[in-house]
Design a protein around this ligand. Structure first.
Ligand SMILES: Cc1cc2nc3c(=O)[nH]c(=O)nc-3n(C[C@H](O)[C@H](O)[C@H](O)COP(=O)(O)OP(=O)(O)OC[C@H]3O[C@@H](n4cnc5c(N)ncnc54)[C@H](O)[C@@H]3O)c2cc1C
Length: 442
């Protein structure tokens, strides 16, 4: 097959929430964007691992600290907010929203079923990417964005990274989620499963069935409890309750064997809860097609965000995003999950420097692979923060191209914040008016 050649303003590898938010932000600033996704369809973890919960993106008083593109993706979690309701989404609706928004941008090109497999670097810059899959191509751009979650593009470019927790390098456990419908909610103590109290009550009702099976040696799932969330219509549940250890996305064979183990655990759990009267006629609609891998490479950047930054609600002069979600470490050893809330005012800043990898002038990190510790990553990895990170990265990349900078470090964060603020994103700190990036018609 002949190799094609293409040139863009910016190229984004990975079309999960981080890559898509970056692509939309940059395309809306009229950049010629190429978004490359190795899967057949866009969506990444939030669609194909079915994660369901819109994790907290509000400060201690309920005010959103993530807005912007995240609001377009999860509108009802803003318009129908109530502390009593479990804020969830349907992954098929999210995928449809992604497709609709991406298709509405004339300067955005999407290639699915395509993998970036090589990055050529010269003098501290990426000079071209090589693509294989549904197309065989060489592509170039002024700026590149790593939105692969696991830092795959940065690793291809030979950049430094960290993996797992300090000391032993072990990663958070992985999960195969599954959807259950056909539940007879009238058999539950609290039938309206859209409510938090009903979900907690339901988990308590199901627990003895699961523990009986565990005691009889019927599962290898190390979890002690059951975690499930309702779908928005309150008619189905997403079980996020399996736990697979030693999955490392840099060793693909562990992801393959991990999915097999996750499927086994999902079937065992379903068999156990089937004994509850509300689940006698329930059916398992599907097991998520992609194993939910929580953690991968964390690229070493100009600033490493730490657990102390999160828990001390640190403010940074170069903030470009914020996060309100707890530290949430699914134990790499199979023990209990460590959940630690962000104290008042309930959120911390994510600095631009954490999006800039060391050793490369024209690359930005645009997914959960930003520079941070194992603990900090367990917090900002949620979709709200990753969307805000992506929106900031796409905006910074557009400014870099438009202003003719040679290095992403030259972009002023007061300019990034100005545009983010104009676009409705939550920002704090100094803003400086800047000419909006535009391109002449071509
Ligand atoms: C089990 C589980 C439960 C979770 N629960 C929640 C929850 O309830 N709420 C919440 O907000 N968050 C949750 N999270 C976290 C959240 O879903 C993810 O951290 C987030 O979606 C990651 O987004 P991303 O854009 O960084 O990466 P992804 O969505 O993983 O996207 C990365 C994309 O890059 C592509 N890619 C990788 N390498 C290449 C390459 N070389 N070339 C081209 N494409 C490539 C991949 O195919 C993928 O589509 C959960 C995560 C897991 C695993």
């Amino acid at each position: 097959m002949n190799k094609e050649f293409f040139d863009f303003d910016l190229i984004i590898a990975g079309a999960g929430v981080g890559g898509i938010s970056a692509a939309l932000a940059a395309a809306r600033l009229q950049m010629r964007v190429l978004l490359i996704e190795q899967a057949r369809e866009v969506g990444g973890t939030g669609v194909f691992s079915s994660v369901s919960l819109v994790c907290n993106f509000r400060d201690s008083w309920g005010k959103p600290i993530t807005n912007g593109i995240h609001r377009e993706l999860f509108p009802t979690s803003y318009t129908h907010y109530s502390e009593k309701l479990v804020p969830t989404y349907d992954e098929q609706e999210l995928k449809a929203a992604y497709q609709r928004l991406l298709a509405s941008e004339p300067t955005l090109t999407l290639w699915t079923d395509c993998e970036v497999f090589q990055a050529d670097k010269q003098n501290g810059r990426i000079v071209r990417l090589h693509i294989q899959g549904s197309r065989t191509a060489t592509v170039t751009a002024k700026i590149y964005l790593d939105a692969t979650a696991d830092g795959n593009l940065s690793a291809l470019a030979g950049l430094e990274y960290k993996l797992g927790r300090e000391g032993d390098g072990k990663l958070q456990s992985a999960t195969a989620t599954f959807k259950v419908s056909g539940i007879d909610c009238s058999q539950l103590k609290e039938p309206d499963i859209r409510q938090w109290t009903a979900i907690h009550s339901l988990r308590r009702e199901l627990l003895p069935y699961y523990l009986d099976m565990k005691a009889a040696g019927g599962t290898s799932n190390p979890r002690q409890g059951i975690t499930c969330f309702p779908y928005p219509d309150g008619k189905a549940l997403l079980f996020n309750s399996t736990s697979v250890l030693d999955v490392d996305p840099t060793r693909p064979e562990t992801v393959t064997s991990g999915r097999e183990e996750g499927i086994r655990q999902a079937q065992e759990l379903f068999e156990a809860i089937h004994l509850h009267p509300a689940f006698h006629n329930a059916k398992m609609d599907y097991i998520a097609p992609k194993l939910g891998v929580r953690e991968g490479r964390r690229i070493v950047g100009e600033y490493e965000l730490t657990a102390e930054d999160c828990l001390q609600t640190r403010r940074f002069n170069d903030m470009v995003a914020a996060c309100a979600y707890s530290l949430d470490i699914h134990s790499p050893d199979g023990g209990a999950t460590r959940l630690e809330s962000i104290p008042k005012p309930g959120y911390y800043h994510i600095p631009y420097r954490s999006l800039i990898p060391k050793g490369c002038a024209n690359l930005l990190l645009s997914s959960r692979c930003i520079s941070g510790t194992h603990e900090a990553h367990s917090s900002y990895r949620i979709m709200a923060s990753v969307s805000a990170i992506g929106e900031a990265a796409g905006t910074a990349a557009a400014l870099c191209v438009f202003q003719g900078h040679q290095d992403v470090r030259e972009v002023k964060t007061s300019h990034i914040r100005f545009i983010l603020q104009l676009r409705g994103q939550f920002i704090e700190g100094e803003v400086e008016r800047v000419q909006m990036p535009t391109r002449p018609a071509w």
